[in-house]
Write a protein that binds this ligand. Structure first.
Ligand code: AMP
Length: 460
């Protein structure tokens, strides 16, 4: 393992890494940072959790000239959640560099404030392709000074149909620039994109960080497709998880399964690309804060969700691509925990089962779905989510919400869950038994000296 201090990074960056307690480089960092610091283009195949954000984050900060107040770095991400995470990680890494400005430009957000922020200037822009391209087209974002161009989760951006948009952005970039492409998988489309955008790239690849051994994998063979839904319910009963993701291939399946599970009393919600941004936020927020136990999702929609303690992954079908399978399964057993992954397949999909085994170089037994256990009551969510109609724009901070809810001592700070503040609203998770009391406190009391309305969000 290598230490960051072996790299020619500035003292300020190294000291900050120390204070963040980043001691050793992760594998992707050790492989990619020396070449990126050297100015080479890089294609890095690495997954979420590998430390990839800090890898390109440190490289772009190393090359940045803070005194020159121009947009020098552009990072494109597939989703707003990922763009926010990436921007936050870059800000953390840049804590010791004064006056550095990192701006996010994402779709689903109002345009006007973004134009205002751009007019004030920034060093680094992190955004989703559609919105970035719109700003470029309107002339509100100028790309003439870009030195580093990063494509994060490039495979996912192509899956989401962003290729023409990315091409339009690349057309406006200066010819002399460094290109860094990060992708979990490396299909032919990525190879073609790399050939168009990158110049003599160095390839680095790390195997999935998730230790496959910490994940218990089962493959269940079904006699007919009609058995799938019942099998999902049985597996939920067998494992009775606090938190589970069910991966499906289509949006229609997501809706069907989520509806069916809800009708059976499971705290389940569906997530797919047809949801508008506020709906999507509300689903992800509730799954992450444990107000919902089961998330039914397509691969594209689930990308960028960074949640550590998922106990069970169910593949409604085995993924078409074994790399996608590994990615799905790697959602559980993270951060040193153990996890269970169950994949359902019919005879017609036997080839996919064979592909996964060949890819993992591992023999798995094709099992039968276990019998449904009697008398099991599925765990319901422990938390409830309140939505407050005030957010960053009203200068509402998590501390204000904690203050309002714990005032009087009847709700303890420990009983509050995740708090997430968006531009126009905020979400707070409270124990279910405290939900009405908490609602009352917000609706009758004040935040920042002002009245705000709160409601409990339930159902879809
Ligand atoms: P990522 O793969 O970028 O999603 O990063 C996964 C997590 O690892 C993030 O929470 C980072 O803050 C953390 N991280 C990244 N690099 C290091 C490191 N060298 N040492 C410890 N933690 C790290």
């Amino acid at each position: 393992m290598q230490k960051f201090s072996s790299l020619p990074l500035s003292k300020a960056l190294l000291e900050n890494l120390d204070s963040l307690n980043y001691q050793q480089m992760t594998e992707i960092q050790a492989q990619s940072l020396p070449v990126m610091i050297d100015g080479r283009d890089v294609i890095a195949q690495a997954q979420t959790g590998s430390g990839k954000t800090a890898a390109f984050g440190l490289a772009l900060l190393h090359h940045l000239n803070v005194k020159r107040f121009r947009v020098q770095t552009l990072v494109l991400c597939p989703t707003r959640e990922l763009a926010d995470q990436v921007a936050n990680e870059i800000r953390r890494l840049a804590r010791t560099i004064h006056n550095i400005k990192v701006l996010t430009l994402c779709g689903g957000m109002p345009f006007g404030p973004q134009i205002g922020s751009l007019a004030h200037g920034a060093h680094i822009v992190v955004g989703t392709p559609g919105r970035v391209e719109e700003h470029v087209r309107k002339g509100t974002l100028k790309l003439a000074d870009i030195q580093t161009f990063v494509l994060d989760e490039a495979d996912r951006m192509l899956d989401m149909g962003f290729q023409p948009t990315i091409d339009a952005i690349v057309d406006q970039l200066p010819a002399k620039r460094q290109n860094l492409l990060f992708s979990a998988t490396y299909p032919a489309e990525i190879e073609q994109l790399s050939a168009r955008v990158l110049s003599q790239p160095v390839m680095v690849k790390v195997e999935s960080k998730h230790d496959q051994r910490s994940i218990e994998q089962h493959f269940y063979q079904l006699d007919s497709n009609d058995e799938r839904l019942g099998a999902v319910v049985t597996l939920l009963m067998v494992h009775n998880p606090n938190s589970a993701i069910i991966f499906c291939n289509t949006r229609k399946e997501v809706d069907e399964i989520a509806t069916e599970l809800r009708s059976q009393g499971v705290d389940a919600l569906g997530l797919h690309g047809d949801l508008d941004q506020p709906k999507r936020d509300s689903v992800i927020v509730r799954f992450a804060n444990q107000s919902v136990t089961v998330l039914v999702a397509t691969d594209v929609a689930a990308r960028g969700i960074d949640i550590d303690d998922i106990e069970l992954v169910v593949n409604y079908q085995i993924a078409h691509d074994p790399e996608v399978h590994v990615h799905r399964v790697g959602r559980t057993g993270r951060a040193g925990g153990s996890g269970v992954a169950c994949s359902l397949f019919s005879k017609r999909e036997a080839h996919k089962f064979a592909d996964v085994q060949a890819y993992l170089n591992c023999d798995f037994e094709a099992e039968r779905v276990p019998p449904r256990p009697a008398g099991v009551e599925l765990k319901s969510a422990v938390m409830a989510t309140l939505r407050i109609d005030g957010g960053k724009r009203d200068k509402v901070r998590p501390g204000d919400i904690v203050g309002a809810l714990t005032k009087g001592g009847d709700i303890a700070g420990n009983d509050l869950g995740k708090i997430q503040v968006f531009p126009n609203c905020a979400y707070v998770a409270v124990r279910k038994r405290d939900a009405n009391l908490a609602l009352d406190k917000i609706n009758r009391g004040k935040l920042k000296g002002r009245k705000f309305r709160a409601m409990r969000i339930r159902g879809e």
